[in-house]
Design a protein around this ligand. Structure first.
Ligand SMILES: Nc1nc2c(ncn2[C@@H]2O[C@H](COP(=O)(O)OP(=O)(O)O)[C@@H](O)[C@H]2O)c(=O)[nH]1
Ligand SMILES: [Mg+2]
Length: 259
């Protein structure tokens, strides 16, 4: 998940985790602070009620800022899986291969299989041009690697009164339609890659309509990730690396990690 500070990245993880847990959950610290609450790279597992975790992770990052925050080099390392879990970003010194913990030989599971640009629907028109440029430069990297990307358009309740009153109005609202259009233009992505959501924030109980919207967004993300993984597998096959060999390599690497 990439996006400006306060856009709702950590809250999106909390929302998805809440839906699967069957209750409001706030494992990811979230809130409003000038330099952002999230400072570490945190790949979050999503848990179901039985405490089992699901087969995907939502990776939370430090927010994007014009002068500080994540830079292109770090974004590149993130996408490739070189950045260790729970790594604390240092705004004055980006991570380098000499850092202890730098993952030199990332496994397929360390790599990113879908990029989520998390954007606030209420302020999508006010994102400073320099920040848009930064996101566009990250997109160049993402495109080069062929990784699919979507926009998670958060705070639809704050972008439209009718939606705040009744979340099911989200696909009828002119304001949301305009916000989707803006986000799609900013990042040059088709409108069906812009997924509106309302994160849980003041609620103390789950609400089916809020959960459905979040699940629809997640389903789309997982479909894109699955398609991309298939492309990767086909490429590996073409290079003569069978998936068995890949699994073997991974378990060997895991074994040596544990040692
Ligand atoms: N009304 C509303 N507030 C939200 C929504 N998503 C996030 N927030 C609030 O926005 C603030 C920043 O959210 P956070 O998840 O910390 O943003 P991050 O910096 O991108 O991780 C928090 O106070 C959240 O409660 C949403 O969909 N609707
Ligand atoms: Mg955060």
């Amino acid at each position: 998940m990439l996006g400006p500070i306060g856009a709702g990245k950590s809250s999106f993880y909390n929302t998805i985790n809440s839906v699967f847990k069957g209750r409001i959950s706030r494992s990811a610290p979230c809130g409003l602070s000038t330099n952002g609450i999230t400072i570490a790279y945190t790949p979050y597992e999503v848990y179901v009620r039985s405490a089992a975790s699901l087969n995907f992770r939502l990776c939370d990052t430090r927010g994007l800022e014009v002068t500080q925050g994540l830079e292109s080099l770090e974004c590149n390392y993130l996408l490739d899986g070189n950045i260790p879990d729970f790594y604390q970003f240092n705004p004055v010194a980006p991570i380098s291969p000499t850092n202890p913990g730098f993952v030199h030989q990332p496994m397929v599971t360390d790599q990113i299989h879908c990029v989520l640009f998390v954007i606030d629907a209420a302020t999508v028109g006010d994102i400073p041009q320099k920040l848009v440029d930064k996101m566009n430069s990250f997109q160049t990297l993402v495109n080069l690697k062929g990784i699919p990307q979507v926009v998670i358009l958060t705070k639809v309740d704050q972008a439209c009164q009718e939606v705040a009153g009744n979340i099911t109005n989200v696909f009828k609202s002119k304001d949301i339609e305009a916000a989707v259009e803006k986000a799609s233009n900013l990042l040059g992505l088709p409108r069906n890659h812009v997924l509106p959501v309302k994160n849980y924030e003041t609620e103390i109980e789950l609400d089916d309509n809020i959960s459905i919207l979040a699940l629809m967004a997640l389903r789309q993300v997982l479909h894109f990730a699955e398609d991309y993984i298939q492309v990767l597998q086909n490429k590996l096959k073409a290079c003569g690396v069978s998936s068995e060999k890949l699994d073997q390599r991974e378990s060997l690497e895991k074994g040596s990690d544990q040692e």
